[in-house]
Design a protein around this ligand. Structure first.
Ligand code: NAD
Ligand code: G6P
Ligand code: MN
Ligand code: MN
Length: 433
């Protein structure tokens, strides 16, 4: 018996996960997949669940798929719990993106004000899930994909009794794939030493067949066409003098910080012309679910790759497989720092290349981040910690402070004004305030 429970099972990403489980069945012979959702997601769950069953049937594998709204039944005796839920659905995301923009502040679901509020909505739910895990499947691994993944992992590490937690993002694997494409080589030949935080991760070195090609790859960050790496962010292209001196590979989300003004202008323009990303995704999603309903479809449709989370399954399943088999290979994950990055707390979550063992990820110590990157990373970690504490305590002043110290926020009074408006807009999902 090998059981996975997936919370937020109605997500359009579920066929990704199922594809990964099918591909890696030999190394990870899952017997039961439980997809669980809430009432509001029931229709999506049924559609995507039926597709999952067709995919598994076509592959001829003995994996039993269960669809349920009963989280306890799904968690009972699970070996792995994966989470991919969105509290408040895309409607809430739209508010996270639009409200800050009206204050001329970046509106993004995992950074700045949007990140704070997605965290405030999500953290109480994940901590509730953690309590269920303690009761129903205390030995399970929790693989969290739910954003803001760094802040959520931080909250689980600090405020729950769950130790077996790993936060996962597709950005590092997206960068690996993107670099392989840039160099026109198979991605298995690329290795990147990642360190930093979720959506604030750097590639400290990049290897092709073990030889550093970092300088060549960093140089390409001047060209946004080549180095957007994820579908949801089109970068701007860095000044060559800046990026060479920074000397490390950045991730797409760094554009919001190092290209702050340009990205803000771009967001205003996009919001006017095509809507914010939530609105674009709403359209993509309805197209996807249209496809998913086709009873002749028994594969993951390629259109899913238009979503920002491409390669998520590859990341999730290779992680689960390596934990299960004690493979000891290296993968970038969000895990407890344990001194791996000197200038961050031992007990905080970091995103870092780690050796994946049956006892979880062992982060590979880097010493410290380059001085030019260190301060921003510390500041974002402080933002995540205050946000998580505000989410747990319902302390309003702390929520304002978290936003005020965020580098994307222009002032304390603007922070308070945004918090007030967003608290009101999201109040149905913020019972702690
Ligand atoms: P989505 O809007 O489709 O939501 C997924 C499912 O979650 C829905 O079916 C919804 O009904 C369900 N849900 C909502 N509240 C729930 C709750 N309290 N308990 C259980 N289920 C609940 O979202 P999506 O676009 O599939 O994304 C899912 C999550 O994954 C989001 O948090 C998103 O930010 C995150 N994500 C993370 C990465 C990453 O790199 N870590 C990449 C892409 C998406
Ligand atoms: C990836 C990120 C995710 C993010 C997603 C958004 O870049 O790693 O954490 O949530 O894309 O994708 P979407 O298609 O929903 O905009
Ligand atoms: Mn069964
Ligand atoms: Mn991510």
């Amino acid at each position: 018996q090998l059981k996975i429970a997936t919370i937020g099972g109605g997500s359009s990403y579920t066929p990704e996960l199922v594809e990964g489980l099918i591909k890696h069945y030999d190394e990870f012979p899952v017997t039961e997949l439980w997809l669980v959702d809430i009432k509001a997601g029931e229709d999506k769950l049924n559609i995507v669940g039926a597709l999952a069953m067709r995919m598994i049937k076509k592959a001829g594998l003995p994996i039993d798929v269960h669809l349920t709204l009963n989280r306890e039944a799904a968690l009972k005796n699970a070996d792995f719990v994966t989470t991919q839920f969105r509290v408040g659905l895309l409607e809430a995301r739209g508010k996270d993106e639009r409200i800050p923009l009206t204050y001329d502040v970046i509106g993004q679901e995992t950074n700045g004000a949007g990140g704070l509020f997605k965290g405030l909505r999500t953290i109480p739910v994940i901590l509730d899930i953690c309590r269920d895990i303690e009761r129903l499947c205390p030995n399970a691994w929790l693989i969290n994909f739910t954003n803001p993944a760094g802040m959520v992992t931080e909250a689980v590490l600090r405020y729950s009794n769950i130790k077996k937690v790993v936060g996962l993002c597709n950005v590092p694997i997206g960068i690996e794939m993107g670099v392989a494409k840039l160099l026109d080589v198979d991605h298995s030949r690329i290795r990147i030493d990642f360190a930093g935080l979720n959506h604030m991760v750097y590639g400290l070195d990049v290897f092709l067949d073990g030889v550093s090609v970092k300088d060549e790859v960093v140089d390409k960050l001047t060209d946004p066409e080549q180095t957007s790496f994820v579908k949801n962010i089109e970068g701007i292209g860095y000044d060559p003098a800046f990026i060479r001196a920074l000397g490390v590979l950045t991730c797409p989300y760094h554009n919001y910080y190092y290209k702050h003004r340009d990205m803000l202008e771009k967001q205003h323009k996009e919001a006017k012309e095509q809507g914010t990303r939530a609105e674009v995704v709403l359209k993509l999603e309805s197209e996807l679910f249209e496809l998913y309903q086709d009873e002749n479809l028994a594969i993951k449709p390629p259109q899913l790759e238009e979503r920002g989370g491409a390669y998520y399954s590859e990341a999730a399943v290779r992680l689960i497989t390596s934990i299960y088999n004690d493979t000891c290979d290296i993968q970038p994950v969000n895990t407890r720092n344990n001194g791996a990055i000197k200038s961050l707390p031992d007990e905080s979550a970091v995103e870092i290349s780690s050796v994946i063992t049956k006892d979880g990820p062992k982060p590979i110590a880097i010493g410290d981040l380059p001085v030019a990157t260190r301060g921003l990373v510390q500041q974002i970690k402080s933002f995540e910690r205050l946000s998580a504490e505000a989410a747990v305590t319902g302390n309003y002043d702390l929520a304002v402070t978290a936003l005020a110290i965020n580098p994307l926020t222009p002032s304390d009074t603007i922070a308070r004004a945004i918090v007030d408006e967003m608290m009101e807009a999201h109040k149905q999902y913020l019972p702690q305030f």
